[in-house]
Design a protein around this ligand. Structure first.
Ligand code: ATP
Length: 423
């Protein structure tokens, strides 16, 4: 791509909003005044070349990102959080830039080495060329220069542009997946997102050696990659491919394939006032058919939070108990459901289409008797378990249609109080 073509992309407001373009000019000018070259790299350039709106600004300086950050704060304001060990800084932008998110990562071009396969890398400052060579795939090993006259110059030492045009995901060297097997999940994510293909050597590198290292990775690193997969439109296809390559069983021997029939359920718009979280919903749909023991074992392997574990466990538990609950009265359903997370109930509804679950979500859970605890106090009842009993019997009567008016509720209340008097 020629510099003028790149300039056109960099000035296209449909790809980069004008506020971000202004920020880039300011960054480039300040870096140039310090004698540093600066670049946009990685996903930013990839998406720009694909003519997709860019997301994050992946900004790299050949020089000292912390020094640049200090200068930016002096000139424009905001706040700097330096990370000396990594030669990086986070600049909290002043509100004048009017940008969301209002943080910018300033990164020093670096080289990375791995103490052992799968270890987190050791970082040393280096050139942009080396910085590109430490990356995961050719399509991410691209940079656009920003400073001075070279604004808009594309750096593409590994033919990332060619691979983007051909739709190929290709690692930079044969040890790539051994150094960092999370890249396997990243490769499948790009493949699915852009409908690309893995280069054949790259796919051969997803072998037993790489999978053995993947199986040793921490739950936190694996879950982070899985979380990112659920953000993708094509998440089900990506998980299918992960299963085909044996990744899922390497992570945990009981990890099932993702049921492709459930793929549409993350997209379902949701008019039921159930706040849907794609990630939580994704894990629930994935693990809903597992035994209790396997749910807990996989949750622990992936380092799920207690809340996520509870949601998945509740969905699996509810799915198992559907045959016992089928045909029950609304009050029985409500009693069984009211302690479960709403999203778990919704997930089970999506896969089972059991109407009682929908009735619970949209109506039954809101049903309450008119009588309150205060009313019972006024009737000289002493607070205790019997209080709850009476209120829940009144609620059950409404739910099951035994009571349909305030007068009927009052009548039932009198009867219940008499029963109480009798005991
Ligand atoms: P996405 O659109 O998925 O967010 P991205 O390219 O912005 O894609 P990030 O995870 O934000 O992805 O990473 C930014 C850049 O850092 C990538 O483009 C890639 O060059 C590099 N990178 C990220 N993870 C790795 C990794 N595990 N190994 C090597 N390089 C990586």
């Amino acid at each position: 791509m020629t510099q003028p073509d790149m300039l056109r992309l960099l000035r296209d407001p449909n790809l980069i909003p004008p506020e971000k373009q202004n920020l880039l000019s300011d960054l480039a000018a300040q870096a140039a005044s310090l004698g540093f070259s600066c670049y946009l790299v990685g996903g930013f350039v990839r998406d720009l070349l694909l003519r997709r709106p860019v997301k994050d600004l992946d900004f790299v300086v050949e020089g000292d990102a912390i020094k640049l950050g200090r200068m930016l704060v002096k000139k424009f304001g905001g706040k700097l959080t330096p990370h000396k060990k990594f030669h990086t800084a986070v600049w909290r932008l002043p509100s004048t830039f009017n940008l969301h998110p209002s943080f910018l990562d300033l990164i020093t071009a670096r080289k990375e080495t791995y103490a052992y396969p799968g270890a987190l890398p050791t970082v040393t400052p280096s050139t942009i060329e080396n910085d590109l060579r430490r990356r995961d795939f050719t399509i991410n090993a691209l940079a656009v220069r920003l400073d001075g006259d070279r604004f808009g110059e594309l750096l593409d030492p590994l033919n990332g542009q060619g691979d983007l045009e051909e739709g190929i995901v290709r690692v930079l060297h044969p040890r790539s997946f051994i150094d960092d097997p999370t890249r396997i999940l990243r490769a499948l994510r790009y493949e699915g997102r852009y409908s690309f293909d893995l280069d054949s050597l790259t796919s051969d590198l997803i072998n037993s050696e790489a999978l053995a290292i993947l199986s040793q990775l921490s739950g936190e690193r694996l879950r982070h990659e899985l979380d990112l997969i659920f953000e993708e439109d094509q998440f089900a296809r990506i998980l299918l491919r992960a299963g085909k390559f044996g990744l899922l069983k390497s992570i945990h021997p009981k990890m099932p394939e993702f049921n492709q029939d459930y793929a549409g359920f993350l997209e379902m718009d949701n008019r039921l006032d159930v706040s849907a979280d794609r990630r939580v919903m994704g894990y629930m749909l994935w693990f809903m058919n597992l035994s209790e023991e396997d749910v807990f074992s996989i949750s622990s392997r992936l380092g799920f939070t207690n809340e996520l574990t509870l949601s998945v466990w509740a969905a699996a538990q509810l799915k198992r108990s559907l045959p016992h609950l089928a045909g029950s009265k609304p009050s029985v359903w409500t009693y069984a459901l009211e302690k479960l997370p709403l999203l778990s109930i919704y997930a089970v509804y999506l896969v089972s289409r059991e109407n009682a679950l929908l009735d619970y979500i949209s109506m039954w859970r809101h049903v309450k008797p008119h009588t309150t605890g205060n009313d019972l106090l006024k009737r000289k009842l002493t607070p205790g378990p019997r209080f709850g009993d009476i209120l829940s019997r009144l609620r059950a009567a409404w739910l099951d249609g035994e009571v349909q008016s305030l007068a009927q509720e009052k009548k039932l209340l009198e009867r219940l109080l008499e029963e109480r008097g009798a005991t």
